[in-house]
Design a protein around this ligand. Sequence first.
Ligand SMILES: *Cc1c(COP(=O)(O)O)cnc(C)c1O
Length: 339
Amino acid sequence: MADLRSDTVTRPTAGMRAAMAAAEVGDDVFGDDPTVIALERQVAGLFGHEAALFTPTGTMANQIALQLVVPRGGELLAGGDAHVVAYELGAAAALGGISTRTWPSVGAALDVDQIDAMIRPAGYPSVPTRAIAVEQTHNLGGGTVISLETLRGLRAVADRAGAALHCDGARIWHAHIADDVPLDVYGRLFDTLSVCLSKGLGAPVGSLVIGSAEKIAEARVIRKRLGGGMRQVGILAAAGSYALDNHLSRLAEDHARAWRLAKALEPFGVIEADRVRTNLVPLDLSAAKLDAPSLAAAAAERGVLIAAMLPRTARLVTHLDLTDSDVEKAASVLGELLS
Ligand SMILES: *Cc1c(COP(=O)(O)O)cnc(C)c1O
């Protein structure tokens, strides 16, 4: 099987397993797991922030961050197809008491003026906008990258409004590689960030929330409240540190493979290859004879797994565990089904 459903399907490599087995551990709820402390320092440093906190999932990292920047009853602005809005089961409202308002789904092509115009000032009885969340890279936008210029514009808007800026950076690593923007340049634009180690970087588990020392101290309390206080979790943090040291720069390979895959499928009218900048390849099946679930089922019978994201949108993802021949096989199987 060539599994292109997601970059979460990767399995730990032998080197990563060795690093996990050798990890020095302690009880992280007591704050004395040296491997977790090292990873948190490493990641905070990479993003130019004071502190970071290890969490089991990206969803928990996002939700902790949102609770840090939006008080109960406050408002968050985000894209309508953002992970924090569309794929976290209403957690912002259910757990954080956060009211959400969305701008129309446009992936990474944000309209800063439109977001600016949506901001509501504090004042009874309106709901004050307390934070804006963006996604880098944008998942449903097809791995698109928000430009530094747009992010700087958004930072200025947030500053004028006294609102915080959060980045769902599950795949910010890919933006860093694709646009050659240092991670700390991204980091300094945001009050809080979440990052995933278990996507393109290939760790089995793990995300982090990043922010000021004060915010991360508060984050530690929220994480425990959510049931995310873990004990000898250095075993997992070791996988994350290994991933950062060994799997970050190789993401360029995944991007090149994703582009080649898109180029091979371009003749079928389902994608423009030059819009593929990172490791996600969204297929627009609106004019195809197969919808996304049918294409995914037919491809699976031929040994290629892909994700049906929406009725007429399928997604292919390149990652660490694929070979060139997996990618060629995916291109030829999908080409055959689409022709
Ligand atoms: C995967 C992902 C997350 C976090 O998901 P978990 O499965 O909870 O780790 C957050 N945001 C985006 C954009 C993602 O793709």
